[in-house]
Write a protein that binds this ligand. Sequence first.
Ligand code: SAM
Length: 292
Amino acid sequence: MTKPIATITRTKAIMEKHGLNFKKSLGQNFLIDPNVLKKIVAKAGVDQNTIAVEIGPGIGALTEHLAFEAKHVYAFEIDQRLIEVLNDTLSPYEHVTVYHQDILEANLKKYLDDKVEDGEQIKVVANLPYYITTPILMKLLKEDVPIHSMTVMMQKEVADRMAAEPNTKEYGSLSIAVQYYTKSKVVMTVPKTCFIPQPNVDSAILQLVKREKPVVQVENEDLFFEIVQASFGQRRKTIKNNLQREFKNRITKEQFNQLFEESGIEPSRRGESLSIKEFAALSNVCHKILSE
Ligand code: SAM
């Protein structure tokens, strides 16, 4: 049996064989620790009823471990040079399909809709390209695709922000966007020494389990996210200040008083103290006022 892809010697040998260098601009920090890979796949709960989706397979380190456990693996890689490498390194695994595709441009519904049968679940498992972590996750969350969960490596600081609770310095509009659609928690931190080349930042695995429906009911999603974003605009300012700046041409002074009174939110509070439920209350009253 060939050695796992994810060792430093085999990774270097594969790159050399194909005359490749690591592209920093594509976030290419490859995993070289088979134990970490095993743990990621176990934490993700990948088994024979899993259709695994990987973003950025690189030279196939994680893909191979997913192939050991999953029913099928679909992997999306942007770098043309790596497609040839993957065809080589993953040749022993017939149930792996690699697409040469920028994930941000992909029509995910088309790719994933007919892939899952009764009793099976689509699980995204990836060591993400860090420069586009948030756009990738937002795309996966907002698009109407039947994803069960995402267990993904990212910059630790970003994972902490996504999973943050109110009244912490990490809590912000990103925490709310992620928690609106998912239940999320950091399941593991991963040292820099597990990658080649080593990244400049610490890394963590965040697990996001998609909710059947958003955690709060809002009348107008765009308005909800606009309010959230505006409330954290200037973190040291009160919620009233931040919202007045955002809505000054759309809401009168009296209506502002009505907004806080009806939603039961003290206007002198700061955005970081509001729960997602409170943001939903504010946005629903705001929607009513704007529709009057
Ligand atoms: N999965 C491999 C591993 O763990 O060793 C590589 C992970 S590396 C952090 C990120 C991978 O994402 C690279 O292979 C990179 O080429 C790929 N990538 C970067 N931008 C992408 C995009 N927009 N769509 C798909 N893949 C992308």
